[in-house]
Design a protein around this ligand. Structure first.
Ligand code: FES
Length: 115
């Protein structure tokens, strides 16, 4: 199996859709990473649980729309892409490809969304 086919088949269940209401997120361990599964109006997103500014725990922060704010110094990231929206962070977080399969929210940690 080539690398691309292997990555495509690497979705792992990270959460149940019904356990994360819209506007909230859940911290999970999936694919060997600490992730946040975020449920925005536009769907589910999976991002790293660690802020790139100074390793703050994004899971202690706030989700508003598709923006997550770090509780330590207020950096904000777009959960759809991982892009930085507000300093002091300068480096994006990773946002991973998500697939909803019935009740299962699955994440592929080998596929990072383009910034
Ligand atoms: S650790 Fe997140 S903004 Fe500083």
């Amino acid at each position: 199996m080539n690398e691309r086919a292997q990555a495509a088949g690497s979705f792992v269940e990270a959460a149940k859709a019904g356990e994360i209401p819209v506007g909230q997120f859940k911290a999970v361990q999936a694919g060997g990473k600490r992730l946040l599964i975020c449920h925005a109006d536009s769907g589910f997103y999976a991002v790293d649980d660690t802020c790139t500014h100074d390793d703050g725990p994004l899971g202690d922060g706030w989700l508003e729309g598709t923006e997550i704010e770090c509780p330590r110094h207020g950096a904000r990231f777009d959960v759809k892409t991982g892009k930085v929206l507000c300093l002091p962070a300068a480096v994006p977080i990773n946002s991973y490809r998500v697939q909803v399969d019935g009740e299962a929210v699955k994440v592929n940690v080998h596929e990072v969304m383009p910034k």
